[in-house]
Design a protein around this ligand. Structure first.
Ligand SMILES: [Zn+2]
Length: 446
């Protein structure tokens, strides 16, 4: 959770298109040998996509399903409790006038407005980090360990938390002083310029993330095992991706999750595999996942998401413009906030942002899920590894519910469900049986 700055949490969520990561979490250790294609999914004259899908689904032991359902459904409640906890912290800061006091202190230290904004941010961040810590500790340490998904002991985990704090301190200060400068300069139209400012900051953050932000937490290296890179690069070149590099990230430092992603913007855009996928995935599975990631790349999903976020942020700032005036007219004096240019207004902004994005949860998830579905279809066509893709979906079932209801999927899923992914793979296989008739498992590229 991020009590500090909701939009930054959201921004972070858009830093990369995780195949298996994003907001929903890590893995329960290998439960089943999935390198075998089940009988119902073998190519034959009677091949039936529904039966083949059920053949794969039956490979997941019921106990594993129960466990990952519990983990994933718990995540639904976390959406609510994150919102409630963060809102409570904001209301506390406003009603006890702590926010006003932080501002007073910043004003006593310096007379420069821009420095006051940055100082206010620093104090605000430290205070909300402290207040939010018990919840952060439960959600991201205790709960992850309880489900066997985390690999870090307490102090290394705390080390990462400290680094996150430092990054938030620096990037958040810059964001705060830019936004308040905009609000002061354009008193009537700041909601338009503010939205443009945030979008600009998102583009910059996405662009620097693979090169400057991710290496703070993990080691990223060039992958140079030709057995793995050769088929991936062949696929990349065949699909118009002009790269000779594939990156590896040591995600096992934090988690057991298997994943891969596309990150960056413009020159920094790249595909990264995590070491869990490299270690546990079969060659077919790795190629299937890479095909999916290339789909994100070729279909420009990062620029399209930034376009989508631009619309969301214009709406958000419009709502903020009206909402701040309304709330400050009613409670401004009580909270000792002078007006909307006062940095002490920040907890109110965060409170309103929390409400806005909480309500928008299904819309935001659906936008991401739609692109994920597109990448799935692209990946099947590019990699031609439907069984590899079905295996990947089963691996992801370690931390994802496989068979949700329709409404459940629409509200909470930021990727197609595992059932949907296997089913798409089997429909694809059924329509391309000629590729598989000679050998049950398609030959792996050199
Ligand atoms: Zn994806």
């Amino acid at each position: 959770m991020n009590v500090h700055f909701r939009s930054f949490a959201l921004l972070a969520a858009f830093l990369g298109f995780g195949f298996g990561s994003a907001q929903s979490q890590p893995a329960i250790q290998p439960t089943v040998d999935i390198t075998q294609v089940p009988a119902a999914a073998q190519p034959s004259a009677q091949f039936n996509a529904d039966a083949a899908t059920e053949g794969y689904m039956a490979m997941i032991p019921p106990a594993a399903t129960a466990r990952s359902n519990a983990y994933f459904e718990g995540g639904y409640w976390l959406v609510l409790w994150d919102f409630v906890y963060a809102s409570a912290v904001c209301l506390l800061l406003l009603n006890l006038r702590w926010s006003a006091r932080l501002r007073d202190l910043a004003e006593r230290i310096t007379r420069f407005k821009w420095l006051q904004d940055a100082l206010y941010w620093g104090q605000y961040l430290l205070l909300t980090t402290l207040l939010g810590f018990p919840w952060e500790f439960y959600e991201n340490f205790v709960r992850e360990h309880k489900y066997g998904l985390a690999t870090q002991s307490f102090w290394p985990w705390m080390g990462d938390e400290g680094k996150t704090l430092l990054v938030n301190l620096i990037l958040g200060s810059i964001a705060t002083l830019i936004l308040f400068a905009i609000v002061r300069k354009f008193r009537r139209t700041w909601w338009i310029w503010g939205a443009i400012g945030v979008i600009g900051m998102i583009v910059v953050t996405v662009a620097i993330a693979p090169v400057f932000l991710r290496p703070i937490f993990n080691k990223i290296t060039l992958l140079n095992d030709p057995k793995i890179t050769a088929p991936i690069l062949q696929m990349a070149h065949a699909n118009g991706i002009p790269t000779n590099d594939v990156y590896e990230i040591d995600a096992s430092r934090q988690t057991t999750r298997m994943s891969a992603d596309v990150s960056g913007f413009g020159n920094t855009m790249r595909i990264t595999l995590n070491d869990n996928l490299l270690r546990r995935g079969s060659p077919e599975e790795i190629q299937a996942v890479m095909g999916h990631e290339m789909g994100h790349y070729v279909m420009n999903h990062i620029p399209k998401s930034i376009m989508f976020l631009s619309i969301v942020y214009v709406l958000f700032f419009g709502y903020l413009f009206g909402g701040l005036q309304w709330a400050l007219a009613r409670w401004g004096a009580r909270w000792q906030i002078r007006e909307f240019t006062d940095p002490a207004v920040l907890p109110l902004v965060v409170l309103m942002a929390g409400l806005f994005f909480f309500v928008l949860t299904p819309i935001m998830n659906t936008q991401v899920r739609t692109q994920e579905k597109e990448a799935d279809m692209f990946g099947l066509n590019a990699a031609r590894q439907p069984d590899g893709f079905a295996q990947a979906a089963i691996h992801l079932s370690e931390y994802r519910k496989m068979r949700p209801g329709r409404l459940e999927e629409w509200i909470f899923f930021d990727h197609p469900s595992g059932y949907d992914r296997i089913h798409s793979s089997m429909v694809w296989k059924g329509e391309n049986l000629g590729l598989f008739e000679k050998t049950p498992c398609p030959p792996v590229a050199p």
